[in-house]
Design a protein around this ligand. Structure first.
Ligand SMILES: [Zn+2]
Ligand SMILES: [Zn+2]
Length: 171
């Protein structure tokens, strides 16, 4: 997703765009919306450009508990700075700084948007907060039905206890 320098430095200071999901370098994610919508707020700071953006997309994920695919809308925010100057060696904050020399005609936001979407992924992906997951014994989806495994498991634990020899614990 390349944006021309002239569009970035326009006085309006904001920019909306729709990018075809297929044009973004995203292999890690299954983006199911045809487009990813981008909003950029651009603020010049000296010769640099500070950009606050959001990207919205619909993703297909797989639930970590029940292994069923589900769909979710995400709208990660991202922040970056484009600079004509050399990158500071003592970069202290989290702001991503990218070189944007004055002879460079456009800036490619593709990798920035990809990173924002990838970072937005939850560590634990669940189809719903109270997903019951799969039974570890028989594999039935516990959101959709019940099984008798739990009962059996308890019985097995008790029967295991019965085999422990308590006879020499009497002292
Ligand atoms: Zn689930
Ligand atoms: Zn079961």
């Amino acid at each position: 997703m390349k944006v021309k320098r002239s569009e970035l430095t326009e006085p309006a200071g904001s920019l909306s765009a729709r990018v075809k999901s297929g044009d973004l370098p995203i292999e890690e994610l299954e983006v199911i919306s045809e487009n990813v919508s981008i909003r950029l707020k651009i603020q010049p700071i000296g010769s640099d450009l500070k950009i606050d953006g959001t990207a919205s997309a619909r993703l297909r994920e797989m639930c970590d508990r029940c292994l069923i695919p589900y769909e979710i809308n995400v709208e990660p925010a991202f922040e970056l700075m484009l600079t004509e100057n050399d990158l500071p060696s003592d970069k202290t904050d989290d702001l991503d700084i990218y070189p944007f020399p004055s002879n460079q005609k456009e800036f490619n936001f593709g990798p920035v948007i990809r990173d924002a979407l990838v970072l937005e992924r939850a560590m634990k992906k669940v189809c719903k907060e109270d997903c019951k997951g799969l039974c570890p014994s028989c594999g039935i989806n516990l959101n959709r039905g019940k099984c008798d495994c739990h009962q059996t498991e308890i019985n097995e634990r008790w029967s295991a206890l019965k085999t422990i020899d308590f006879s020499n614990m009497e002292e």
